[in-house]
Ligand binder design. Structure first.
Ligand SMILES: *Cc1c(COP(=O)(O)O)cnc(C)c1O
Length: 407
C-alpha cells in the first residue's frame, strides 16, 4: 500500500486529543510496538511558514524539504505547506521530488542536486524543474524531450558557483554554457540561483563573503539576461540569508531549517515543530559504585535509580549526548548516564520523585508533567551534542514513526 495514503485517526492516550497518524513507508508504524515516536506539530509548521513569508516580503517561498523534510516526513509537511501558501518546494534528489509528486503535491518542485543519471525522462514525466550547470544537463534533457514528442518546453534553473565551490557553473564558464544553451530552444532558463557559504556565520568576514557572493551572482544574472534568457526566479537565500541579508531576498527564497523552528537571529518567533518521546521500559535501584552501560563510563556516585529508555543512537539520539545530555521526565530534567547504545539509553532519575514504568521521556521538545514543564530546544540539544540543528533533525531515523498533530 502506498504509504502516504494510509492515514488513520488515533487518540493520544496521554491527552485524549485526536492525532492524525500518517503511515510513511519509512517508519513502519504498523510494527511500532515500541513507544518511541516523533510528533510533528503541523500548526507550528504553518506558523513558521507565515513568519518566513512575512520576512521574505515579496519574494516567493520555495520550501526546502530535502532529507525527508528535515526528518519530519516530506509528504505530510509538503501538504501542509502547500495549503498554507508556499509557492513551491526544493529538494536535493530526484527521488525526493518524485515522492512528493506521488503524494499528490502539485506545486513547482525544484531538484537541486544536479545528478539525474539516466532519468531525465522522469524529470519531465513528473513536471519537475532541474537545477542545471553543465552542458550534459542540457543534452540529457533535450534527448528526453525529443523522445516525448511534445512541444512543451522544459524549465530549468541555472546554478552559478559564486563561492561554495561545490555545484554550479563558475562565472568564467557561464558565457560558454549560455551559448550552448542557445542550441536548445526547448529548454527555458526560468530561474538562476546561487548558494551562500557564510550566511549563518557571525562576523565581518562572513558578511563580506556574503556581499562578495551576491555581487558575483548579480554579474552572473546579468550575463544570463544578456544572452536573451528571461528568468522569473532569481534566488540565493537559505534561512539565515533570508533573515540577515536584505540583499539576498530576490525573486524567491529557499528556507529549510527556519520552517522547522531554527531561528537564525531569534527574531522571527519561530515555533518548534518536532518532539521526540518515548517511555520508561525498565527501572532499577543500584548501589553506589554500580557501572552503567558499555565501557562502564558512568558509575553510581550514590544509591541511584536508573531508568531505561528505548531510544538510542540508531534512532537519532546522538551518542555524543552520553553522560552530558538530558531528557525530560515528569516535566523535569534528568541526566543521560552511561553510553547511549544503539537502541537504548539510561537516565538517572534519582532526583525525580515518583518515576514509574511507562512514564513519558522526551529527548527533544517540550514536556508538561506533574513536576513542572520544560523544553529541550533543538538549539540546546544540538549544542550539547556538538552538532548543528540540521544534523539533529535529519538523524532521526526511519524506524522512529512520525505522528502528525493537527491541533
Ligand atoms: C539545504 C539548502 C537550502 C536550505 O538551507 P537552510 O539553511 O536549511 O535554510 C537552500 N538552498 C540550498 C541549495 C540547499 O542545499
Amino acid at each position: 500500500m502506498s504509504a502516504h495514503k494510509a492515514a488513520a485517526a488515533a487518540v493520544d492516550p496521554a491527552k485524549g486529543s485526536p492525532l492524525r497518524v500518517l503511515r510513511p513507508r519509512r517508519a513502519a508504524p504498523d510494527h511500532a510496538v515500541r513507544p518511541t515516536r516523533a510528533e510533528v506539530d503541523l500548526s507550528a509548521l504553518r506558523h513558521n511558514l507565515n513568519a518566513v513569508r512575512k520576512a521574505a516580503g515579496s519574494a516567493r517561498v520555495f520550501a526546502v524539504l530535502k532529507a525527508d523534510g528535515y526528518g519530519h516526513g516530506a509528504p505530510a509537511v509538503a501538504r501542509t505547506l502547500e495549503r498554507a501558501g508556499a509557492h513551491g518546494f526544493a529538494v536535493a534528489l530526484l527521488e525526493e521530488a518524485i515522492e512528493l509528486r506521488d503524494a499528490g503535491l502539485r506545486a513547482p518542485i525544484l531538484v537541486m542536486g544536479g545528478y539525474y543519471g539516466q532519468a531525465y525522462d522522469e524529470l519531465l514525466a513528473h513536471e519537475l524543474v532541474p537545477v542545471v550547470y553543465d552542458a550534459s544537463h542540457f543534452e540529457g534533457l533535450s534527448r528526453a524531450l525529443r523522445s516525448r514528442d511534445s512541444d512543451e518546453p522544459a524549465k530549468v534553473h541555472v546554478k552559478i558557483d559564486t563561492g561554495m565551490s561545490r555545484l554550479g557553473v563558475r562565472l568564467e564558464e557561464l558565457p560558454a554554457l549560455l551559448e550552448i544553451a542557445k542550441n536548445f530552444p526547448q529548454i527555458v532558463i526560468d530561474g538562476v540561483m546561487t548558494h551562500l557559504a557564510n550566511a549563518d556565520v557571525e562576523g565581518d568576514d562572513a558578511a563580506a563573503s556574503v556581499d562578495e557572493q551576491l555581487a558575483l551572482f548579480a554579474r552572473g544574472v546579468a550575463d544570463v539576461r544578456r544572452h536573451g534568457a528571461t528568468p522569473r526566479f532569481v534566488h540565493a537565500a537559505n534561512s539565515a540569508a533570508l533573515v540577515r541579508t536584505e540583499g539576498a531576498k530576490l525573486d524567491a527564497v529557499r528556507p529549510g531549517i527556519a520552517l522547522f523552528g531554527h531561528d537564525p537571529l531569534g527574531t522571527l518567533g519561530l515555533r518548534s515543530t518536532l518532539r521526540v518521546r518515548s517511555e520508561v521500559v525498565a527501572l532499577r535501584t543500584v548501589p553506589v559504585g554500580t557501572p552503567v552501560g558499555y565501557g562502564s563510563t558512568w558509575r553510581a556516585p550514590r544509591e541511584s535509580v536508573i531508568a531505561t529508555v528505548p531510544v538510542g543512537y540508531a534512532d537519532g539520539l546522538s551518542r555524543s549526548l552520553s553522560n552530558v545530555g538530558q531528557v525530560l521526565i515528569r516535566g523535569k530534567r534528568a541526566p543521560i548516564v552511561g553510553s547511549i547504545s544503539m537502541d537504548l539509553s539510561t537516565i538517572d532519575v534519582t532526583d525525580v520523585p515518583g518515576v514509574k514504568l511507562r512514564d513519558e521521556v522526551v529527548t527533544l521538545g517540550e514536556q508538561r508533567g506533574p513536576l513542572g514543564s520544560d523544553v529541550l530546544s533543538l538549539g540546546e540539544v544540538a549544542k550539547t551534542a556538538g552538532l548543528i540543528t540540521w544534523d539533529v533533525l535529519t538523524s532521526i531515523s526511519r524506524r522512529v514513526p512520525r505522528f502528525y498533530r493537527e491541533p
